[in-house]
Design a protein around this ligand. Sequence first.
Ligand code: URA
Length: 325
Amino acid sequence: MDVTPQHIRAYVDYLRDMGIYDLYQRESPGTVLTPELREIFLAAVTPKEPVAQSARAAAQLTAQRTTVPTPSRPPAPASSKPLLDQRSSPAAPPMNYFDIEPQTELPASLASPMPTPVSFDKLAPLPVDIIPPSGRAAALESLRAEIGDCTRCPLAYAGRHTIVFADGDPNAKLMFVGEGPGADEDASGLPFVGKAGQLLNNMIAAMGLQREQVYIANIVKCRPPANRVPEPLEANTCSQFLVRQIDIVRPQVIVALGSTAATYLLGVKQSLSSLRGRWHSTRGAKLVVTYHPAFLLRDPRQKGEAWKDLQMVMAELGLKQVKKQ
Ligand code: URA
Protein backbone atom coordinates (compact mmCIF):
# COMPACT_ATOMS: atom_id res chain seq x y z
CA MET A 1 0.00 0.00 0.00
CA ASP A 2 1.32 3.47 -0.86
CA VAL A 3 1.47 5.76 2.15
CA THR A 4 -0.37 9.04 1.65
CA PRO A 5 -0.42 12.07 3.92
CA GLN A 6 -3.94 11.10 4.91
CA HIS A 7 -2.79 7.66 6.05
CA ILE A 8 -0.12 9.19 8.23
CA ARG A 9 -2.48 11.74 9.67
CA ALA A 10 -5.09 9.09 10.48
CA TYR A 11 -2.42 7.00 12.12
CA VAL A 12 -1.23 9.91 14.23
CA ASP A 13 -4.85 10.51 15.33
CA TYR A 14 -5.18 6.84 16.14
CA LEU A 15 -2.07 6.84 18.32
CA ARG A 16 -3.29 9.93 20.13
CA ASP A 17 -6.63 8.27 20.77
CA MET A 18 -4.57 5.65 22.58
CA GLY A 19 -2.96 8.34 24.72
CA ILE A 20 0.34 8.76 22.89
CA TYR A 21 0.83 12.48 22.68
CA ASP A 22 4.41 13.12 21.76
CA LEU A 23 5.20 11.13 18.72
CA TYR A 24 8.31 12.89 17.60
CA GLN A 25 10.17 13.63 20.77
CA ARG A 26 9.65 11.13 23.52
CA GLU A 27 7.38 8.52 24.94
CA SER A 28 4.93 9.65 27.58
CA PRO A 29 5.04 7.72 30.84
CA GLY A 30 2.73 4.76 30.64
CA THR A 31 2.67 4.73 26.86
CA VAL A 32 1.24 1.64 25.27
CA LEU A 33 3.43 1.78 22.19
CA THR A 34 4.60 -1.77 21.69
CA PRO A 35 7.57 -2.74 19.51
CA GLU A 36 5.10 -3.93 16.89
CA LEU A 37 3.32 -0.56 16.87
CA ARG A 38 6.66 1.19 16.57
CA GLU A 39 7.41 -0.82 13.48
CA ILE A 40 4.03 0.09 11.99
CA PHE A 41 4.55 3.75 12.81
CA LEU A 42 8.06 3.76 11.38
CA ALA A 43 6.77 2.19 8.22
CA ALA A 44 4.01 4.78 8.01
CA VAL A 45 6.33 7.78 8.39
CA THR A 46 8.90 6.49 5.94
CA PRO A 47 7.24 7.24 2.62
CA LYS A 48 8.33 5.71 -0.60
CA GLU A 49 9.14 8.40 -3.19
CA PRO A 50 7.18 9.83 -4.81
CA VAL A 51 4.65 10.19 -2.03
CA ALA A 52 1.96 11.89 -4.04
CA GLN A 53 -0.03 9.60 -6.23
CA SER A 54 -1.49 12.17 -8.58
CA ALA A 55 0.12 14.99 -10.49
CA ARG A 56 -2.24 17.45 -8.80
CA ALA A 57 -1.26 16.37 -5.31
CA ALA A 58 2.40 16.48 -6.28
CA ALA A 59 1.95 20.05 -7.53
CA GLN A 60 0.20 20.96 -4.28
CA LEU A 61 3.02 19.51 -2.25
CA THR A 62 5.59 21.41 -4.29
CA ALA A 63 3.66 24.66 -3.90
CA GLN A 64 3.36 24.16 -0.15
CA ARG A 65 7.02 23.31 0.22
CA THR A 66 7.98 26.58 -1.42
CA THR A 67 5.67 28.69 0.76
CA VAL A 68 5.75 26.85 4.08
CA PRO A 69 9.28 25.81 5.00
CA THR A 70 9.37 22.59 6.97
CA PRO A 71 12.36 21.35 8.92
CA SER A 72 14.45 18.92 6.97
CA ARG A 73 13.92 15.35 7.95
CA PRO A 74 16.85 13.43 9.39
CA PRO A 75 17.86 10.24 7.61
CA ALA A 76 15.75 7.21 8.37
CA PRO A 77 16.84 5.67 11.67
CA ALA A 78 19.12 2.69 11.44
CA SER A 79 17.42 -0.65 11.88
CA SER A 80 16.49 -1.05 15.54
CA LYS A 81 16.82 2.57 16.75
CA PRO A 82 13.28 3.70 17.42
CA LEU A 83 12.24 7.03 15.97
CA LEU A 84 10.43 7.92 19.17
CA ASP A 85 13.65 7.90 21.16
CA GLN A 86 15.38 10.57 19.09
CA ARG A 87 15.23 13.33 21.64
CA SER A 88 17.85 15.75 20.39
CA SER A 89 16.63 16.04 16.82
CA PRO A 90 12.89 15.54 16.55
CA ALA A 91 11.88 14.10 13.24
CA ALA A 92 9.53 16.34 11.34
CA PRO A 93 6.56 14.75 9.69
CA PRO A 94 7.78 13.71 6.28
CA MET A 95 5.68 16.28 4.43
CA ASN A 96 3.34 19.14 4.91
CA TYR A 97 0.04 17.37 5.27
CA PHE A 98 -2.26 20.34 5.63
CA ASP A 99 -4.95 21.11 3.13
CA ILE A 100 -4.18 18.26 0.80
CA GLU A 101 -7.21 16.74 -0.78
CA PRO A 102 -7.56 13.03 -0.18
CA GLN A 103 -6.42 11.07 -3.19
CA THR A 104 -7.92 7.78 -2.10
CA GLU A 105 -10.53 6.69 0.40
CA LEU A 106 -8.91 5.67 3.66
CA PRO A 107 -9.13 2.01 4.52
CA ALA A 108 -11.62 1.61 7.39
CA SER A 109 -8.82 0.50 9.70
CA LEU A 110 -6.97 3.81 9.21
CA ALA A 111 -9.90 6.20 9.21
CA SER A 112 -9.91 8.38 12.30
CA PRO A 113 -13.23 8.85 14.09
CA MET A 114 -14.63 12.40 14.29
CA PRO A 115 -13.49 13.42 17.75
CA THR A 116 -16.08 14.86 20.10
CA PRO A 117 -14.85 17.64 22.35
CA VAL A 118 -14.16 16.71 25.98
CA SER A 119 -14.77 19.36 28.62
CA PHE A 120 -11.79 20.65 30.60
CA ASP A 121 -13.47 19.26 33.72
CA LYS A 122 -13.20 15.75 32.29
CA LEU A 123 -9.64 16.07 31.00
CA ALA A 124 -8.05 15.81 34.43
CA PRO A 125 -9.19 15.51 38.05
CA LEU A 126 -9.48 18.81 39.85
CA PRO A 127 -6.24 19.48 41.74
CA VAL A 128 -6.24 18.48 45.39
CA ASP A 129 -3.29 20.69 46.33
CA ILE A 130 -3.82 24.36 45.70
CA ILE A 131 -0.69 26.30 44.89
CA PRO A 132 -0.45 29.33 47.19
CA PRO A 133 -0.48 32.73 45.45
CA SER A 134 3.21 33.24 46.19
CA GLY A 135 4.10 30.09 44.26
CA ARG A 136 1.99 30.54 41.18
CA ALA A 137 4.44 32.52 39.04
CA ALA A 138 7.11 29.86 39.61
CA ALA A 139 4.62 27.05 38.90
CA LEU A 140 3.71 28.68 35.59
CA GLU A 141 7.38 29.12 34.72
CA SER A 142 8.04 25.48 35.37
CA LEU A 143 5.04 24.49 33.25
CA ARG A 144 6.40 26.68 30.44
CA ALA A 145 9.76 24.94 30.79
CA GLU A 146 8.02 21.56 30.59
CA ILE A 147 6.40 22.54 27.30
CA GLY A 148 9.86 23.31 25.95
CA ASP A 149 10.27 23.66 22.20
CA CYS A 150 7.08 21.64 21.76
CA THR A 151 6.67 19.15 18.94
CA ARG A 152 3.64 17.36 20.32
CA CYS A 153 1.29 18.29 17.48
CA PRO A 154 1.54 19.20 13.80
CA LEU A 155 1.44 22.95 14.51
CA ALA A 156 5.11 22.64 15.49
CA TYR A 157 5.87 22.04 11.82
CA ALA A 158 3.38 24.44 10.28
CA GLY A 159 5.38 27.63 10.32
CA ARG A 160 5.17 28.66 13.97
CA HIS A 161 8.01 30.85 15.23
CA THR A 162 7.16 31.25 18.90
CA ILE A 163 5.16 29.30 21.44
CA VAL A 164 2.69 31.78 22.92
CA PHE A 165 2.26 30.65 26.51
CA ALA A 166 0.19 33.40 28.18
CA ASP A 167 0.32 36.92 29.55
CA GLY A 168 -0.77 38.57 32.76
CA ASP A 169 -1.10 38.11 36.48
CA PRO A 170 -0.47 34.56 37.81
CA ASN A 171 -2.96 35.41 40.61
CA ALA A 172 -5.63 36.96 38.40
CA LYS A 173 -9.28 36.64 39.37
CA LEU A 174 -10.25 36.97 35.72
CA MET A 175 -8.91 34.92 32.81
CA PHE A 176 -9.57 35.32 29.10
CA VAL A 177 -9.15 32.38 26.75
CA GLY A 178 -8.93 32.91 22.99
CA GLU A 179 -8.44 30.54 20.08
CA GLY A 180 -4.80 30.65 19.05
CA PRO A 181 -1.99 33.06 18.21
CA GLY A 182 -2.08 35.08 15.01
CA ALA A 183 0.88 36.57 13.14
CA ASP A 184 1.54 39.36 15.67
CA GLU A 185 1.38 36.96 18.58
CA ASP A 186 3.61 34.44 16.79
CA ALA A 187 6.17 37.19 16.26
CA SER A 188 6.03 38.64 19.78
CA GLY A 189 5.36 35.55 21.90
CA LEU A 190 2.45 37.26 23.68
CA PRO A 191 -1.27 36.57 23.25
CA PHE A 192 -3.65 39.20 21.90
CA VAL A 193 -1.20 41.91 20.85
CA GLY A 194 -2.56 42.52 17.32
CA LYS A 195 -5.73 44.37 16.33
CA ALA A 196 -7.98 41.92 18.18
CA GLY A 197 -5.70 42.34 21.17
CA GLN A 198 -6.13 46.10 21.11
CA LEU A 199 -9.89 45.64 21.23
CA LEU A 200 -9.51 43.13 24.07
CA ASN A 201 -7.39 45.69 25.95
CA ASN A 202 -10.20 48.23 25.48
CA MET A 203 -12.76 45.73 26.75
CA ILE A 204 -10.62 45.05 29.81
CA ALA A 205 -10.18 48.78 30.43
CA ALA A 206 -13.95 49.34 30.14
CA MET A 207 -14.35 46.79 32.93
CA GLY A 208 -12.17 48.98 35.13
CA LEU A 209 -9.15 46.69 34.93
CA GLN A 210 -5.70 46.83 33.40
CA ARG A 211 -4.39 44.10 31.13
CA GLU A 212 -1.70 43.31 33.72
CA GLN A 213 -4.41 42.40 36.24
CA VAL A 214 -5.96 39.60 34.17
CA TYR A 215 -4.53 36.38 32.73
CA ILE A 216 -4.75 35.80 28.97
CA ALA A 217 -4.18 32.49 27.17
CA ASN A 218 -5.36 30.55 24.15
CA ILE A 219 -6.66 27.08 23.36
CA VAL A 220 -3.52 26.41 21.27
CA LYS A 221 -0.14 27.96 21.89
CA CYS A 222 1.16 27.84 18.32
CA ARG A 223 -0.13 29.79 15.35
CA PRO A 224 -2.24 27.67 13.00
CA PRO A 225 -1.20 28.21 9.38
CA ALA A 226 -3.10 31.07 7.71
CA ASN A 227 -4.92 31.61 11.03
CA ARG A 228 -7.21 28.66 10.44
CA VAL A 229 -9.23 27.23 13.32
CA PRO A 230 -7.13 24.73 15.29
CA GLU A 231 -7.93 21.13 14.46
CA PRO A 232 -9.27 18.87 17.23
CA LEU A 233 -5.99 16.97 17.29
CA GLU A 234 -4.08 20.21 17.91
CA ALA A 235 -6.52 21.63 20.47
CA ASN A 236 -6.77 18.35 22.35
CA THR A 237 -3.00 17.95 22.47
CA CYS A 238 -2.47 21.49 23.77
CA SER A 239 -5.38 21.45 26.25
CA GLN A 240 -3.41 19.52 28.85
CA PHE A 241 -1.31 22.65 29.41
CA LEU A 242 -4.18 25.13 29.53
CA VAL A 243 -5.90 22.90 32.09
CA ARG A 244 -2.81 23.17 34.26
CA GLN A 245 -2.54 26.93 33.75
CA ILE A 246 -6.13 27.31 34.94
CA ASP A 247 -5.46 25.03 37.90
CA ILE A 248 -2.41 27.08 38.88
CA VAL A 249 -3.98 30.54 38.46
CA ARG A 250 -7.38 29.49 39.86
CA PRO A 251 -9.32 32.43 38.39
CA GLN A 252 -12.76 33.15 39.81
CA VAL A 253 -14.14 33.82 36.31
CA ILE A 254 -13.07 32.69 32.85
CA VAL A 255 -14.28 34.46 29.70
CA ALA A 256 -14.28 32.18 26.65
CA LEU A 257 -13.63 34.40 23.64
CA GLY A 258 -15.39 32.88 20.65
CA SER A 259 -16.67 29.47 19.79
CA THR A 260 -13.34 27.60 19.66
CA ALA A 261 -12.58 28.53 23.27
CA ALA A 262 -16.15 27.70 24.34
CA THR A 263 -16.14 24.36 22.49
CA TYR A 264 -13.00 23.05 24.12
CA LEU A 265 -13.40 24.54 27.59
CA LEU A 266 -16.96 23.27 27.93
CA GLY A 267 -16.73 20.18 25.74
CA VAL A 268 -19.79 21.10 23.71
CA LYS A 269 -20.23 21.94 20.05
CA GLN A 270 -23.03 24.50 20.13
CA SER A 271 -23.68 27.87 18.58
CA LEU A 272 -22.20 30.83 20.39
CA SER A 273 -25.63 32.41 20.74
CA SER A 274 -26.94 29.36 22.60
CA LEU A 275 -24.00 29.50 25.03
CA ARG A 276 -24.00 33.26 25.69
CA GLY A 277 -25.95 35.07 28.38
CA ARG A 278 -25.67 32.44 31.13
CA TRP A 279 -23.12 31.05 33.51
CA HIS A 280 -21.20 27.86 32.86
CA SER A 281 -18.35 26.44 34.89
CA THR A 282 -15.00 24.84 34.31
CA ARG A 283 -12.27 23.71 36.69
CA GLY A 284 -13.93 25.37 39.64
CA ALA A 285 -14.26 28.75 37.90
CA LYS A 286 -17.43 30.41 36.64
CA LEU A 287 -17.33 30.75 32.88
CA VAL A 288 -19.05 33.10 30.49
CA VAL A 289 -18.98 32.90 26.70
CA THR A 290 -18.74 35.99 24.53
CA TYR A 291 -17.79 37.04 21.03
CA HIS A 292 -14.17 36.88 19.95
CA PRO A 293 -12.68 40.40 19.55
CA ALA A 294 -11.71 39.54 15.95
CA PHE A 295 -15.39 38.88 15.23
CA LEU A 296 -16.34 42.17 16.90
CA LEU A 297 -13.88 43.96 14.62
CA ARG A 298 -15.71 42.48 11.64
CA ASP A 299 -19.17 43.13 13.07
CA PRO A 300 -18.99 46.05 15.52
CA ARG A 301 -22.80 46.00 15.91
CA GLN A 302 -22.34 43.02 18.26
CA LYS A 303 -20.19 45.02 20.69
CA GLY A 304 -23.26 45.86 22.77
CA GLU A 305 -24.01 42.16 23.16
CA ALA A 306 -20.43 41.46 24.22
CA TRP A 307 -20.68 44.29 26.74
CA LYS A 308 -23.72 42.57 28.29
CA ASP A 309 -21.58 39.44 28.77
CA LEU A 310 -18.80 41.48 30.36
CA GLN A 311 -21.27 43.19 32.67
CA MET A 312 -22.25 39.76 34.03
CA VAL A 313 -18.57 39.24 34.80
CA MET A 314 -18.24 42.67 36.41
CA ALA A 315 -21.22 42.02 38.67
CA GLU A 316 -19.70 38.70 39.72
CA LEU A 317 -16.32 40.30 40.47
CA GLY A 318 -17.80 43.43 42.07
CA LEU A 319 -16.30 45.74 39.44
CA LYS A 320 -17.72 49.17 38.71
CA GLN A 321 -18.18 50.44 35.17
CA VAL A 322 -15.62 53.04 34.18
CA LYS A 323 -17.30 56.41 33.49
CA LYS A 324 -16.39 57.89 30.13
CA GLN A 325 -14.68 61.31 30.46
N1 URA B 1 -6.74 35.66 18.45
C1 URA B 1 -6.72 34.74 19.45
O1 URA B 1 -7.63 33.94 19.59
N2 URA B 1 -5.68 34.74 20.26
C2 URA B 1 -4.67 35.59 20.15
O2 URA B 1 -3.73 35.52 20.95
C3 URA B 1 -4.72 36.55 19.13
C4 URA B 1 -5.78 36.56 18.28
